[in-house]
Design a protein around this ligand. Structure first.
Ligand SMILES: *Cc1c(COP(=O)(O)O)cnc(C)c1O
Length: 233
């Protein structure tokens, strides 16, 4: 078995154990394999092991990899999620190549994605990224501005608002990992009470996946536990 296949099995076992501990069916959590910095060959290995949903952070790298993988496996329906920071001049390739975007934090970006989404692809699935760690990171809409942004995004014709995403400050102690995930879940519940339909909580990475599942994650974004350590040029 390849290393990637063995890693996927281990991650799957962790997700199953977390679902059991949380009393949730395994089918309520989707595993997104985050392939940033790894070549198309690594994605093809994961596909060989049964993985179908992949996350990318950098537009050009992602678009090139999507094309390379599609060329190698034209027989397969894959799901590609954009999970990186978005510059407003890079929205078009995101809107045309990806099915999901997890990192929408401004209305202007959402408007461009909606305008640039090709009609024949159907609506782009969107998560709003929320800054739940306060000052520590600058990414994400502030919780107090979330409802206004959500209400504007649901008006956009070619987007489908699915849920919320967050990247809490890394925290090695599992006892401290759950609080920010619980905050994200509470924010989603507030929006649902305000009449906005949501079904997705994108939260949890290699280091805090169990805590995220215990707090209701429906998509976990796992990179290094599947593909190994990343080396940036
Ligand atoms: C890189 C990345 C991940 C995966 O992180 P790992 O710690 O390698 O699992 C998940 N989400 C986002 C937004 C990322 O940028």
């Amino acid at each position: 078995m390849s290393t990637i296949a063995a890693n996927l099995q281990a991650v799957e076992a962790t997700i199953q154990a977390a679902c059991e501990a949380a009393n949730r069916p395994r089918s309520t959590v989707q595993l997104l394999a985050v392939s940033k910095t790894f070549p198309a060959e690594a994605v093809l290995e994961a596909i060989e092991a049964g993985q179908r949903a992949f996350g990318e952070n950098y537009v050009q790298e992602g678009v090139d990899k999507i094309a390379a993988v599609a060329k190698a496996r034209p027989d397969l329906m894959l799901e590609w999620h954009f999970i990186g920071p978005i510059q407003s001049n890079k929205t078009r390739p995101i809107a045309t190549s990806f099915q999901w975007v997890h990192t929408v934090e401004r209305l202007k970006i959402a408007q461009r994605l909606s305008e640039q989404r090709p009609a024949e692809l159907g609506p782009l699935d969107i998560c709003l990224q929320v800054n739940i760690s306060g000052e520590a990171t600058k990414s994400g809409v502030k919780p107090e501005e979330l409802e206004g942004l959500a209400k504007a995004v649901v008006q956009l014709p070619n987007l489908r608002l699915r849920g919320l995403m967050a990247i809490p400050e890394p925290q090695a102690d599992p006892a401290l990992q759950r609080a920010p995930f619980a905050r994200l879940r509470a924010l989603a519940q507030d929006l649902i009470k305000a009449g906005i339909h949501l079904d997705t909580l994108s939260m949890g990475m290699s280091g805090d996946l169990q805590s995220a599942v215990l707090e209701g994650a429906t998509i976990v974004r796992i990179g290094s536990a599947i593909f190994g350590a990343r080396h940036y040029e």
